[in-house]
Design a protein around this ligand. Structure first.
Ligand code: KG4
Ligand code: ZN
Length: 349
């Protein structure tokens, strides 16, 4: 079954073709980072308009790359939420209409489920139960996955998401939006000279809170004016140490609490090298496995939507003719996916 996947929940237009039997056939991404950079964050109306411009040409490119024509698409999946409503509407309207025109089934995919299942793009299957750390610009979550489609929220952010904290701190250090990767790069030249807090690690629980850290960084910058390049690198390093240690502490707790044997990490912050080093050391010590999607599929992309959509369609999920999006959508509302994966699936992925 060949499924066209469309991602348009925020500032990336992603399109991919995924085949349950053969794996990923083609994928393309257009990032709007340059479009929003001047504003220091995503401007929703500009995002929607750019998705309108980019989406259909990307569909053509993906089909050409896979050497397929439209009539060979067996289903269409699009991100139906959570996300920016206008941006979601573009992908949902195009995806639903395309499926109607081709007379194939359509399915609206939960963006976070797509992130959670993205490691399957590298080789499957993932043994359940597992724990997922989802750390992106909009989310910092720990989720227990009892079986595919069955998700229990163990911890969530009380304020800023991990990626948001990286981006805001990067902005304070004069780095362009979105600054997570640039801040991590700057941190490689710095020392841990500031002792920033590890928020909420001094009490039980798996929730996160990163907004106070941003204030600590602001005060450190003010105290150390004028800040030269090595001063900026030291702040970046100290901040990265604080966030990654906090995330690692909570992951350790979640693994101990659930007794799961596998931790998967998804979302843009999952690309962070220091976080990966810490989690690898903990996995070695704790005896659990650790898995990531490839770096390009840690951030938003169409491949994860095509994969999640293919599994949902195989499990019998269908979107009726309505164009339906959900800017807010609780992961725990999803239904478990109970079906036999094709025997070729593990090899295909
Ligand atoms: O998953 P994603 O592409 O989009 C959302 O759904 O939010 O994640 C983007 C986030 C941004 O906040 C970005 O700064 C952050 O991931 N990010 C990083 C790194 N690469 C991307 N944060 C820390 N270290 C990195 N290497
Ligand atoms: Zn995302």
């Amino acid at each position: 079954m060949r499924v066209l996947g469309i991602e348009s929940s925020c500032d990336e237009t992603g399109v991919a073709l995924y085949c349950l039997e053969r794996g990923l056939l083609a994928h393309r991404l257009h990032s709007q980072i340059a479009l929003h950079a001047a504003y220091g964050g995503v401007v929703p109306e500009l995002a929607s308009r750019d998705h309108v411009r980019r989406l259909l040409p990307l569909v053509q490119e993906v089909l050409a790359e896979a050497g397929l024509h439209r009539g060979q698409i067996d289903g269409v999946a699009y991100t139906a939420g959570p996300g920016l409503i206008g941006a979601l509407m573009v992908g949902a309207a195009a995806g639903r209409a395309l499926a109607w025109a081709l007379d194939v089934p359509a399915v609206g995919v939960h963006h976070l489920e797509a992130h959670l299942l993205a490691p399957l793009l590298e080789g499957g299957p993932m043994p359940t139960p597992f724990v997922a750390l989802l750390v992106s610009g909009g989310h910092s979550m720990l989720i227990e996955v009892a079986e595919l489609g069955s998700y229990r929220l163990l911890g969530d952010t009380l304020d800023d998401a991990a990626g948001e904290a990286f981006d805001k701190t990067a902005k304070l250090l004069g780095l362009p939006y979105p600054g997570g990767a640039a801040l991590a790069q700057l941190a490689t030249q710095g020392q841990t000279t500031h002792s920033f807090a590890r928020p909420l690690t001094d009490r039980p629980g798996l929730d996160f809170s990163f907004s106070g850290l941003k204030t600590q960084v602001m005060l450190a910058i003010q105290r150390n004016q004028p800040l030269d390049d090595s001063g900026r690198a030291n702040v970046a390093k100290s901040f990265e140490e604080a966030v990654t240690e906090t995330l690692a502490i909570k992951c350790r707790r979640a693994m101990q609490q659930t007794g799961a044997g596998l931790l998967i990490v998804a979302g843009g912050v999952g690309a962070n090298r220091r976080l990966r080093e810490r989690l690898a050391a903990d996995a070695d010590g704790g005896g659990w496995q650790l898995r990531y999607p490839r770096t390009a599929f840690c951030t938003d992309n169409g491949a994860m939507v095509a994969l999640a959509g293919a599994l949902r369609l195989a499990a019998g999920d269908r979107q009726d003719l309505a164009i339906d999006v959900r800017p807010r959508w609780d992961l725990s509302e999803l239904a478990p996916m109970r079906f036999e994966l094709p025997p070729t699936f593990a090899r295909a992925a």
